[in-house]
Design a protein around this ligand. Structure first.
Ligand SMILES: [Zn+2]
Length: 505
């Protein structure tokens, strides 16, 4: 009894002594974040979103709608606002499920080109047409205006002259199709010449059934036929660039496409500074994943579900943590919280938002995105885009405050920067790095989980992920409170777009 009493007194004094400095001293930013964002918050969100019952959160499924409702409900509980002029957190995104054609035939002079071997159709066109063709280098808006293209088929190289990756080529499909349609072109055939992705891989990715934004024109439900042709055979580019005027006939047959909607989940937290609150930091992560393994047994069992805990329930939990913290502790600038649909099928939810922003893009001064293949180093944060914007110091300090080291992209040759939702904003000029978990390379640890049914919630290191998410929130806070908006570093490939977007200089 006495001993116990003495022990209690000793314990009391030792606790009082230990805690005294922090009770009286002002809490640091990091401590406030640590108190607000609990490991249990992170855990419950990842366990829910990556649960087997959500069947891998595939775009267009009822289960993904349940995930959207879950995120929106937490925004509501935390007191996050709707974007100005909207009456819910949901942005409905119209999609089209494109069915693979059964047959494509294209004939030029004596040569016949076929689906998969030579051609991939980029949209839902069905039917026949014939016309002479004209070769233009890239079929840019200027080139189309300079040449007599009306009623002709245009053949060009894929993408635009300054492109360095097939992803960039892919991102301009809608834009080039629109230019061609406005110029009165009958069909567009782009020669794909990038050595980075072999043609066969591209065909596997684009040749089957797939999902795209519904760009159909209600006045005319058959779009301008748009193909990519295998141009990695160099004689083929030579042939097309020297045979302008030849007659082309083409035919596409197969089932029609279907339309549906899915949702981005968008919330806003207004900033506290009279002036700076007109500027917004976009905090984003995709919440969709890749669904279930094709040809799974019925009833489906766990080993056939792509749970996507790391990719990207973690990122979604990061945005939800930011919602919880910033709703109670708003920074000077305003915050947009965005959970994107349809990343895994081609970065489509974020692209739709970039084309239909709920806050003007020129007021969106930074995008900090979360996505990634997973982690293999729990002492690090991998910032895809470190060394490209003026916010390096903020991100490095935020990671450091939680005992983590921020490192840049370890595999620049893989173009990770252009492979997630951030690129839809970077292309429009918004500085937009992706704040990923610690990845030092694509090793066995990463490949064991990345896009595999093994990426399950019980395999995640929650102490690490909680620190990582807290550092993300701190990085966002430091950027949101920064005196000036952090821009691209000089010479960046997206600097020019930024100068145009913000009307700089
Ligand atoms: Zn992802």
């Amino acid at each position: 009894m006495t001993i116990r009493y003495l022990a209690t007194i000793l314990l009391y004094f030792s606790i009082a002594f230990l805690y005294q400095p922090t009770v009286t001293a002002q809490h640091t930013e990091a401590e406030l974040i640590e108190e607000a964002i609990l490991r249990t918050d992170v855990e419950k969100n990842i366990y829910f979103l990556a649960a087997d019952e959500l069947l891998g959160r595939d775009t267009g499924t009822h289960e993904l709608d349940i995930a959207a409702r879950y995120i929106a409900t937490w925004y509501q509980i935390y007191g996050v606002e709707f974007a100005e002029g909207y009456d819910s957190y949901f942005q409905d995104v119209p999609f089209e499920r494109l069915r693979a054609p059964e047959n494509i035939t294209l004939t030029v002079a004596d040569s016949t080109y076929q689906q998969s071997r030579d051609l991939v159709l980029m949209n839902s066109f069905r039917g026949d047409l014939d016309s002479e063709y004209i070769f233009l280098e890239y079929a840019t808006e200027e080139e189309l205006n300079e040449h007599d293209v009306e009623g002709k088929i245009v053949v060009s190289r894929a993408g635009l002259p300054n492109h360095t990756s097939p992803q960039q080529n892919f991102m301009t499909i809608a834009q080039k199709n629109e230019w061609a349609r406005e110029a009165g072109v009958k069909a567009l055939i782009e020669l794909y010449t990038s050595p980075q992705f072999p043609w066969q891989i591209l065909v596997n990715f684009l040749g089957g059934d797939r999902i795209d934004l519904d760009s159909s024109d209600p006045e005319n439900d058959n779009p301008l036929p748009h193909f990519w042709m295998n141009g990695t055979i160099s004689e083929r580019v030579d042939f097309f660039s020297t045979s302008t005027g030849e007659e082309v006939t083409l035919n596409v047959e197969g089932p029609e496409s279907e339309t549906f909607t899915s949702r981005n989940v968008i919330g806003v937290i207004k900033g506290t500074d009279e002036q700076l609150k007109e500027e917004y930091i976009l905090l984003s992560a995709h919440y969709d994943h890749t669904g279930v393994v094709d040809g799974h047994p019925e009833p489906i069992t766990s080993e056939y579900i792509y749970n996507g805990a790391r990719d990207n329930a973690v990122g979604t939990a990061g945005v939800m943590a930011a919602a919880k913290y910033f709703a109670k502790n708003p920074p000077k600038r305003s915050i947009i919280l965005a959970a994107w649909t349809a990343e895994e099928v081609g970065l489509l939810g974020s692209r739709y938002y970039a084309e239909n922003p709920m806050v003007p893009l020129e007021q969106t001064i930074y995008n900090l995105n979360i996505d990634g293949a997973g982690y293999n180093d729990t002492t690090k944060v991998t910032v895809i885009g470190l060394g490209r914007t003026e916010a390096d110091d903020e991100m490095i300090a935020a990671a450091d405050a939680f005992g983590l080291e921020a490192i840049p992209d370890p595999v620049p040759e893989q173009n990770l920067f252009d492979r997630s939702d951030n690129v839809n904003f970077a292309q429009r000029g918004i500085p937009a790095p992706t704040y990923s978990m610690g990845l030092t390379g694509f090793d066995d640890e990463i490949n064991f989980y990345y896009h595999q049914p093994t990426d399950e919630p019980h395999t995640v290191n929650y102490d690490y992920v909680t620190s990582y998410i807290r550092s993300f929130v701190l990085a966002a806070q430091k950027i949101a409170n920064r005196e000036t908006a952090p821009f691209w570093l000089p010479g960046d490939v997206y600097e020019e777009a930024g100068i145009e977007l913000y009307g700089k200089e």
